[in-house]
Design a protein. Sequence first.
Length: 202
Amino acid sequence: MNKIKIFILTVLFSQFISCDNDEITGQDTIYIAGVEVADNGKTVATYWVNNQQISLTNGTYSSNANSIFVLGQDVFVAGYEYNVDGKPIAKYWKNGIEAILSNNWSLATSITVSGTDVYVAGYEQIGDGTKTIAKYWKNGIASDLTDGTSYDFTSSIKVINNDIYITGGQKNGNLIAKYWKNGKSVILSTGTDTNAYANSID
């Protein structure tokens, strides 16, 4: 039996969407992504549809669900699962079926769907772990947002009129808030006297 302790990371208040005209119709449904701590101490990537719990991994290795997106009857969840070597591996699940995004130390932080394309934001560690590459995946194909000379990370992704927007930050001394539009970065804070990062975009 699982312990009661639950970390809730993302809540999506949704309604069933008509694929014909994208109008919101039907009965309200709440989708929640997060983790549950199993008896063995491992975290299990999980989502809930109202009060129904769906586990995405079996608890052999710790995993985490960071973001959830619902389109029609399809549920997309982004997160990561540790492998046998103790490294987190970025992945997403569509209706419980996993898709691995990287074989390196990596995290998937956010997911969205536009048309038939699945977009996932995340970042990948390189070298000794003090540097990362912020990136996103479109249908599993990676595009780098940074060059690996600093510690960069993403937090959310959204597609608007075919433009891809991603929020996040950079740690180079202090934290610097930034976002990317179609791969081009926009700095939001100087990082001179304060720490900041961008968490969401709409």
